[in-house]
Design a protein around this ligand. Structure first.
Ligand code: M6R
Length: 608
């Protein structure tokens, strides 16, 4: 995810900006850049790739300044290139902007600016903002920024320089964090405390809809309506490591807790609830092919494979197209058949998984149109597919995938509705599904608030040697995912099964030492799952049930109940997976294991 750092004071800001950018490296990025003011001129340095590249360039061509801004970019609009890296400048080059977030109405704003003869260098939404600020500039940068922001729809954390006011940085936020740091005759701004904590611990957190101007003389802080704000500074005293993890002990827990926001980001600008429609920019050129598609092939590994299995239930139900889900590694080597009008989706968080990449290449060779469902912008799969859908879930650092799974399922839900609407799904049905999908961030947040209950259950079972996870329908892949999560970070053996398959073998394993996690939600197979629970109980197995908040009866059957709110039955996987992620996390943490970097595993598996 992008990072912002800015400084105005008396020190040479170049090394300070570089060290701030390095402090934010853990968030993931694909390019970086700085803007400084010297001799009343803005100077920009940008590089694709590692911050070291930027640093090397600056060492060869040394510069110093006492005011500047720096940015690490994680591409959303436009490929990860040097041209698209921030800072972006205005038409005249007098305004420089760095920006975190997404400007949703950027193409509308761009059209208006093109009519005024603006020309653009990059493919980014941020460059539009620099031009817009220049349009409104009449000698007061803060006022110009405010006027521009009144025209902007979307989210932003920004820092802006103007060559005509060489001692000021104007900052503003809506939906993307920004913190102002206060030093002695100097000010800092950053999107992440980690970037400035080395220099100051006295900070003012900007709230949404607020603007600030920092200079050597002080801080002006107002709302977008120009009402003055006098907020006291806060002294922070936690460690750098804690800050990078947002105060959480591990990235995995941070990423689990982020899911209400990542789901919002995945859906942003893509859902038209009132029309019951979906707009997926990366598929616009392929709508005809999607309409004609007779077969869908989903290629993936690990957690991404589990999200693909959920996708099969959704797409087949809503669009009535046969969906084939394949382990990418198996698909490649079994002389696969690709029917006419097949669309293959390569699903991958990293976009670099070798097996998925090769399977996608194989599918293309055999005539399929290949599209991607990828988190990492500009990754190999994203580049090599003919189009696709980004997750916009932000960098996932913990090796155990969590937020990517829920964003993948969200994307597959949107894809299912899009394909369904092309094939006769009524607007009303579309509205119902999308209305419920929009509620997911709040419902996920509700489950996350009960996380301490999971900690208690994890304490009870952390010494178990085996776990069984059972479910049916779209929750069956969640059972597989729950088992994978537990085994990869806690090293406890766990198996996921369709609940009804238990009687064909796994039932032999059940005794009083075997915890069995059932997903028993309010759907058409609920009664059948209850029967399976009875079967486990009568063999003295210990039952942990993931069940509806409304389901009072389950307490008589299960030893422990993990509660989730009710929702559309096809969207349940987005909720049922949350307690299972938390359960695995707490078990591994109680066992004192390296949760974020489990043994033998890599975040991105780029080998066969
Ligand atoms: O980056 P990808 O989604 O392609 O990665 C696929 C798997 O390697 C990945 O999901 C892996 O199974 C995770 N460790 C699961 O938590």
């Amino acid at each position: 995810m992008c990072g912002i750092i800015g400084y105005v004071g008396t020190r040479d800001c170049v090394p300070l900006l570089i060290s701030g950018l390095k402090r934010m490296e853990y968030r993931g990025y694909d390019s970086s850049g700085i803007a400084i003011i010297n001799d009343d001129k803005i100077h920009i340095y940008k590089k694709k790739g590692k911050i070291e590249e930027l640093e090397k360039g600056l060492l060869q061509n040394p510069h110093s300044a006492t005011i500047g801004i720096g940015h690490t970019r994680w591409a959303t609009h436009g490929a990860p290139t040097e041209v698209n890296a921030h800072p972006h400048t205005s038409f005249s080059g007098d305004v420089a902007v760095i920006h975190n977030g997404i400007i949703e109405n950027y193409s509308e704003l761009k059209q208006a600016l093109l009519l005024k003869n603006h020309t653009f260098r990059s493919d980014t939404d941020t460059e539009i903002l620099a031009h817009l600020i220049e349009e409104f500039y009449e000698g007061d940068l803060q006022k110009a920024v405010i006027r521009a922001l009144h025209r902007v729809e979307g989210t932003y954390g920004i820092a802006v320089l103007h060559a005509g006011e060489p001692d000021k940085i104007v900052v503003a936020r809506k939906g993307s964090p920004l913190v102002i740091g206060i030093g002695d005759g100097e000010y800092f701004v950053a999107s992440d405390l980690a970037a400035m904590v080395e220099y100051t611990r006295d900070v003012i957190f900007l709230e949404d809809g607020e603007v600030g101007t920092i200079s050597r003389e002080g801080l002006t802080h107002t709302t977008l309506e120009e009402t003055r704000i006098d907020r006291k500074s806060t002294h922070i005293d936690f460690s750098l490591d804690q800050i990078e993890k947002g105060g959480y002990k591990h990235f995995m827990l941070k990423e689990i807790m982020e899911q209400p926001h990542t789901l919002e980001d995945t859906m942003r600008g893509r859902i038209q609830v009132d029309e019951g429609n979906i707009i997926l920019g990366g598929l616009q050129g392929h709508l005809d092919a999607l309409k004609k598609a007779e077969h869908i092939l989903l290629l993936a590994c690990g957690t991404s494979y589990h999200s693909a299995l959920v996708g099969r239930y959704l797409i087949e139900e809503w669009a009535r197209i046969p969906v084939q889900v394949e382990y990418a590694s198996e698909f490649r080597y079994r002389n696969p058949l690709i029917e006419k009008n097949t669309i293959a989706f390569a699903i991958s968080q990293s976009g670099e998984t070798f097996d998925t990449l090769e399977a996608m290449r194989e599918a293309r060779k055999r005539g399929a149109l290949c599209l991607g469902i990828v988190n990492t912008v500009g990754s190999t799969i994203a580049r090599e597919t003919d189009g696709g859908i980004y997750l916009h879930a932000g960098p996932e650092i913990g090796v155990a995938s969590t937020k990517a799974f829920t964003s993948q399922v969200t994307v597959l839900t949107m894809l299912g509705v899009l394909l369904g609407r092309q094939r006769g799904m009524s607007a009303e049905e579309g509205r119902n599904i999308l209305g419920d999908l929009r509620k997911m961030p709040d419902l996920v947040a509700r489950i996350l608030r009960t996380k301490d209950d999971l900690l208690d259950i994890a304490k009870t079972f952390s010494r178990a040697s085996n776990f069984l996870y059972l479910a049916r329908g779209p929750n069956y892949p969640v059972a597989l995912e729950g088992a994978l999560k537990l085994k990869e970070i806690s090293y406890i053996h766990a198996e996921g099964y369709p609940a009804a398959e238990m009687k064909h073998g796994p039932i032999a394993l059940i005794d009083r030492k075997m915890p069995v996690v059932f997903i028993a939600t309010n759907d058409n197979v609920y009664a059948k799952v209850l029967t399976n629970i009875e079967e486990v109980r009568s063999r003295e197995g210990v039952v942990i049930a993931v069940a509806s908040e409304e389901d009072k009866g389950i307490e008589h059957l299960a030893d422990h109940v993990l509660r989730i709110p009710d929702c559309h039955p096809m969207l349940m996987p987005l909720l049922t997976v949350i307690p299972l992620q938390l359960l695995s996390y707490y078990v591994a943490d109680i066992l004192g294991l390296d949760v974020d970097k489990p043994r033998n595993l890599a975040k991105s598996v780029t080998v066969e």
